[in-house]
Design a protein around this ligand. Sequence first.
Ligand SMILES: [Zn+2]
Length: 227
Amino acid sequence: MKYWHRQTWPRLRNRSHEVACHFCDTLHQVDLIEEGQQALCMTCHQALYRNRPQSLSRAVAFGITGSLFFIGMLFLPFITLKAQGNVSVTTAGETVLRLWENGGTIIAGAVFLFIILLPLIQLCCLLYLCIPLSFGKNFPGMVFTGRLFQAIKAWVMVEVFFLGTIVSLLKLVKVAEVTMGFGFWSMIGLMISLAAGVGGIDRMELWDRIEVANARKKEPVEGGLQC
Ligand SMILES: [Zn+2]
């Protein structure tokens, strides 16, 4: 029996699958749906969950792309400033160090946490979950990683940093010549890749796949799979 299905994802048959609507709290029995479809709430007709086509492949692709952009954002020139004959080139990593050295400890800590550390953890979680799941494999700590992945979603704030950078640039262009470097464009790439990677796989699908991978590791579940 094949575990990976073109139309839907595998899940365990011997347990209940229920989901509550985020908008009206109506409890629904989760039925498997085909690729490209979404399940709607019976009460308020809002989306409950989706079956995104090629979800794992896309999540892995965007995760790897996001990792490359992340490295680019940290180490490539972010902004070049020219003013009164002086040229200053800064990377995103150096920005944190300079903030710290100039006494902006809290801001430096916040930038490091929300712009560097949490996106890094999110990318690692995404790849740690989706690469083995693509092959139906279970890696140690997948349940914990899945919970961490869901928990930090709201705390990754690359978009906020991007908007802050734009506002700062609007002020800086009045006093200096500003050139955006590859680091800046990498940040935009990271922002898009993170959104596409994280949003590329539904929470319902992710947990069903983790459960199946866990069950496969413990014992054969051919008889208990629902595809
Ligand atoms: Zn509803």
